[in-house]
Design a protein around this ligand. Sequence first.
Ligand code: SF4
Length: 639
Amino acid sequence: MCAKTSYGYAGAVLRVDLTRRKIVKQALPLEWCVKFIGGSGINDWILWNDVGPNIDPLSPDNELIFGVGPLAGSMLPLGSKVRVTTRSPLTGIFGDSNAGGFWAYELKRAGYDHLIIRGKSEKPVYIFIDDDNIEIRDAVHLWGLDVYETDEAIKNEVGKNVRTACIGQAGENQVKFASIMFDKYRAAAKTGVGCVMGSKNLKAIAVKGTKKIQVANPEKVEELAEDLRISLTSPGVRNWANYGTTSLCILYNEIGCHSVKNYQDAVAPEISDFPENFIDNFAKGNVTCSHGCVVACVHPWKIKEGKYAGESGGKIDYIIICSLGIHLGIYDVGSILHLQNLVNRLGLDATETGTLIGMLMELYQRGMLAPEISEGLMYEWGNPDVVEKTAEKIALRKGVGDVFAEGAVSTARKLNAEKYVCHSKGLTEVEDVRGFPTWALAYAISTRGADHLKAHCQIDKQQRADTSLRLFGAPDAGYPTTLNLKAKSIKYHEDFNAVINSLGICHFPALSLMLKKPKRAVYMGDYALLFSAVTGINMSLEEIAKCGERIVCLEKAYNARLGISRKDDTLHGRWMWEPCPSGLGKGMKCEDYLEKLLDEYYAERKFNPRTGIPTVKTLKEIGLEEVAADLVKRGVISE
Ligand code: SF4
């Protein structure tokens, strides 16, 4: 089966080789859509086939793969996401990240579901996609500009109606945790995707398109879209529109899972008024970031007074508030917004920047920061100036910034300070997981390293025993600090999020819809209906769940091919060995329960419990026969 798709998808894959300056357009195989849905799933399949274990993340042969799912741009609410996939230069393993905004929609309207970039240009360039006309343009004059300046300069050159994906100075200088910024303010920040873009001398990708996206069954799509709109605007879920993820500032104080001053505490009363304070004094209304989305959870902001008066920005999320605020003892809203703008402009991952500086601040607190590392800066908690100066040094690789630019874990190893950085597989994350076994397991088994999104679950933190009962037949997944049903819940959520990420929709509201009262809750089967109505490819609940499982297992297999196994599905730093100081999980630490949860998780996945790798039988059962054969041939698994 290799026919071209006609509904939901644009139906094409665009390959750009920057070394040969060659541009090839290929039909999107229907078989890929049936097996991997789109977005992150098809990206994973391309990565598996094109980027083998001998390809260095910074070699021209590594690929930067952009993917848009079938629901993105379909006029259904939530369809805004683009996924970027690559072999990560930060961790050396599977890497990906996603971003919202209008770029995904524009790429699809230009006629492409996936854009694959390989090779390396001799000089800085940017790609301009204008429907069928694709140009590789000179970008020497843009090199050295920050993200906001680049966006503006490109719009001046090719027209205000383009959407841009840019790197800042961090990407140019191959900082290992550089981001790609979409529509100026929306970050694909994790795992160093911007570093790979910089290694290819690619400054930006500007897109505009005029094509229409057809759906297979317009009446059914409208019926399902209306149902979704009603659910998304009903009380409870509506909270996302009012506050977005900033409402987590309050919940996380109630249950105790903030990361305060590099995880030295888990509650931060100082941040409880953030949502109201932000909305009342900084937000300028709420807008949508995709056509047809009624949630409109984006709050553009402006600082009216104080040191940063006049600054404005796009969207603020909890993860920014934590990594550039709570984690560093900074609680002033204006300072956090200013620092968000700074990392956006430079093109740095806010989380990795925050965890790195948090470690430096703790070393300073303990009198352990050598003068050659501090370079005259006073790394005091709550000091935004020191964060600003350090971020600039990192992005420009100036002085000790050249060491920091390799990442928090690499820096910690050089400073003999590994106990002060929490991570999994070389990727750091904020949010304290010690008292929340569901989250500890999610971070440990995530294919891209410690991460709150790959197996994102809210059943435990929101204490939804009713949702647990409906999904798993017992309430225990809704009890946050116990171990029962946690492995089952993580397996479900990992598969569910793989489906959502492959459809190309926002998963925070999707998780909220899952938590609603049973009568109106939206589960995996509802997305099978949406997928079928949009694409015309009939997909049952069982089939779409299997797609999710297949996508997750493909990422696990990619990592297994690189030598990743059960020994790596773990956590490092004080998450593991230091009892949580406060909150519901006070006194808990991950080393006390993680191995038990891993045993249960591998049993749920039908993986080899000793290695934590999918077996031949499991891979064959989910239609990954070629993947099984490849792993057997390489001696990673045996028949
Ligand atoms: S839910 Fe929010 S982020 Fe997602 S598409 Fe709608 S407005 Fe954008």
